[in-house]
Design a protein around this ligand. Structure first.
Ligand code: TRP
Length: 337
């Protein structure tokens, strides 16, 4: 097989993304661009976690549209079915199959401690069981593929710790079955901040849409949002994320889009206006090829569905072997499926 010739055995990257909301440049520059790089250096598995999206009330037509849209987006940014395995979580039944086995080795106390659960459940009198067990499904996503490295944002660190704890405990109790994964969290500073509130990370759930540049915003929308970006007091263009978070975020964006260093780029501008123009144009140039590929894929949905089907088949082969191991380790009788 041609793909991943440089990957070492036991070197498998896996990450997941929810089909919720629009993909923004924070997702792209902070995560997806690294996914694209990782597909050549590692055996990379990427999963669109539609089952996780069901933990919040989501309209069925909307979920279908977003799942397809996210797949097309991931292919458009450069994930290549010949170089990585991209699939939809619900297409590989082993995810739910392993989740049950892992739920029987995870405690209520562990799940109650999850800060994301506490945040999402806060103030609601009715909380879905799926929201509570969400991290167990995530552990299944990871453990099914013997992933060694899991690139995630800081907000997922606790879920990764849980996946590790579950794997270690299972291995101790039932014999070595799972590979214990490592989280790979990008360093602070590699993060894209909100344009309107540069003290916060750019996010789909931002209070104001002006702070978030989506990958499929039009050039005019991008120019407008970047021009309105909050800058800092004073007018000097200097890179200092602590005292000048707004300007520094713009410099980080320009650096990420053009490949320069933010400190050096700061020296090329003496006013905020030209810096903003440069950022907007750099983002537009960066995204233009993505828009073009996305258009082609939207014209050929069968190609997207076909690539997802092949991804699910490849993922399913790996997942089935792991689930069989876990079932046997726990004492379930082998049987026909
Ligand atoms: N919970 C992750 C998030 O919201 C998405 C996710 C699901 C994931 N399964 C995963 C990430 C497995 C990494 C590995 O971002």
């Amino acid at each position: 097989m041609l793909r991943n010739m440089t990957a070492m055995p036991g070197d498998r990257v896996l990450s997941g993304i929810q089909p919720s909301g629009d993909v923004h440049i924070g997702n792209y520059l902070g995560a997806l661009r690294n996914w694209v790089v990782d597909q050549d250096a590692h055996d990379a598995f990427y999963v669109i976690v539609d089952l996780h999206a069901l933990t919040l009330d989501i309209d069925p037509a909307e979920l279908r549209r977003r799942t397809f849209g996210l797949a097309a987006t991931l292919f458009a940014v450069g994930l290549d079915p010949a170089r990585c395995t991209l699939f939809v979580q619900s297409h590989v039944h082993e995810h739910t199959g392993l989740t049950w086995l892992l739920e029987c080795t995870t405690t209520m106390g562990e799940l109650r401690r999850m800060t994301q659960f506490k945040d999402k459940a806060a103030g609601r009198d009715s909380v879905r069981v799926g929201l509570f067990t969400y991290p167990v499904l995530q552990a299944a996503d990871i453990l099914l593929y013997d992933a060694t490295r899991v690139p995630v944002g800081e907000d997922q660190r606790q879920h990764l710790e849980l996946a590790r704890d579950v794997a270690i405990r299972f291995n101790n109790r039932y014999g070595t079955t799972f590979t214990v994964p490592e989280a790979a969290v990008p360093k602070v500073g590699a993060r894209v901040m909100d344009l309107a509130h540069p003290e916060n990370k750019m996010s789909k759930s931002a209070t104001s849409p002006n702070g978030t540049v989506n990958v499929f915003d039009t050039p005019d929308e991008i120019r407008r949002k970047v021009r309105r970006a909050v800058t800092d007091t004073g007018s000097a263009v200097a890179y200092d994320p602590v005292t000048k978070p707004g300007v520094s975020n713009l410099l980080d964006l320009l650096a990420a889009a053009t490949g320069g260093s933010p400190q050096e780029l700061a020296g090329s501008f003496d006013r905020y206006g030209p810096l903003k123009d440069a950022v907007a144009e750099a983002l537009i140039e960066l995204l233009r090829p993505v828009w073009k590929r996305r258009e082609e894929l939207d014209d050929d949905p069968a190609a997207v569905h076909g690539a997802l089907a092949r991804g699910a088949e490849r993922a399913g082969d790996v997942a089935a072997a792991t689930l069989a191991r876990a079932r046997e380790a726990m004492g379930l009788l082998p049987g026909k499926r």
